[in-house]
Design a protein around this ligand. Structure first.
Ligand SMILES: CC(C)(COP(=O)(O)OP(=O)(O)OC[C@H]1O[C@@H](n2cnc3c(N)ncnc32)[C@H](O)[C@@H]1OP(=O)(O)O)[C@@H](O)C(=O)NCCC(=O)NCCS
Length: 246
């Protein structure tokens, strides 16, 4: 059963969660720890999760899920009692955050509202993301599957990430792709998301060329001078170095 040691651990975690809110929320400047504890929904959700997780680890039935469900109703933040959450997580605003059962979160991670750490389907076993230390996940981002987000990475608001992210990378867009790694734009053939080979467009181009040849041939046979050949209009060029990301 849960004992004094577990309670002390939960209190220590709570203290670090409050410090994280103080350090990482610009709106928390000049606000006391007590006020943060009373009014920050991310802190409430984490406190509930710390307790639910400790009870779950101690094998207590029903209570962990009941606590998680109550916390979800009050804060709009759903954290599965089994999710492994490290120290110093800061959930800003919170509403709409979902953290799945097998998600693992390292230390000093920041999560904004509407973030999902979810699975991709009905797989069992490890099926949710692993988030390493010092990662920031922007509002509305969806991180799906048993992927790993490397330490120090930044996930842009509304990104949909289904592949591993290297450490210290900035990933944006859908599908999420790195636009910075260690502060530099990624280079090399794999990094050019705009000019990837497009076999379908190439096939359509070939077909329209052949149709134009046939139309010309038919017009010549019929003795028409000015054949009406359908024109293929090229796609509008998108400006900027990386329209997929911008
Ligand atoms: C991704 C983010 C963390 C910025 O990271 P960064 O490493 O400083 O990256 P930059 O600002 O230099 O942007 C890098 C590129 O990604 C683009 N980008 C940035 N954020 C983006 C986003 N959310 N979606 C799509 N593209 C984005 C930039 O336009 C830039 O494009 P470029 O390579 O063509 O110049 C930030 O833009 C973001 O989305 N933060 C989330 C904040 C949030 O959710 N706040 C909610 C508060 S309530």
């Amino acid at each position: 059963m849960i004992g004094i040691r577990s309670a002390a651990r939960v209190l220590g975690e709570l203290r670090r969660d409050i410090t994280a809110a103080h350090e990482r929320d610009p709106a928390a400047r000049g606000v006391t720890g007590l006020e943060i504890l009373a009014t920050w929904p991310g802190v409430h959700a984490l406190l509930a999760h710390r307790v639910a997780h400790a009870l779950s680890e101690a094998g207590v039935p029903v209570a962990p899920r009941t606590i998680a469900a109550a916390a979800r109703t009050i804060t709009g933040i759903e954290i599965h009692p089994c999710a492994d959450v490290g120290d110093g997580l800061f959930i800003d605003h919170g509403m709409g955050v979902v953290i799945g059962e097998t998600a693992e979160i390292g230390e000093n991670v920041t999560i904004y509202q509407g973030v999902t750490l979810g699975g991709t389907g009905f797989a069992t076993g490890k099926r949710h993301p692993t988030i390493e230390d010092n990662v920031t996940i922007g509002s509305g981002a969806k991180l799906l599957g048993p992927i790993t987000i490397g330490h120090g990475a930044k996930i842009g608001a509304n990104a949909v990430v289904i592949h591993d992210v290297p450490p210290n990378a900035t990933v944006v867009g859908n599908p999420g792709h790195p636009v910075r790694v260690d502060g530099k734009r990624p280079e090399g053939p794999d990094a050019d998301w705009v000019h990837l080979p497009d076999p379908i467009a190439d096939a359509i181009k070939q077909l329209s060329r052949r149709i134009a040849d046939l139309e010309r041939e038919l017009a010549e046979r019929d003795g028409r001078q000015d054949p009406q050949i359908g024109e293929v209009v090229p796609l509008r060029n998108v400006r900027g170095p990386n329209p997929a990301g911008g």
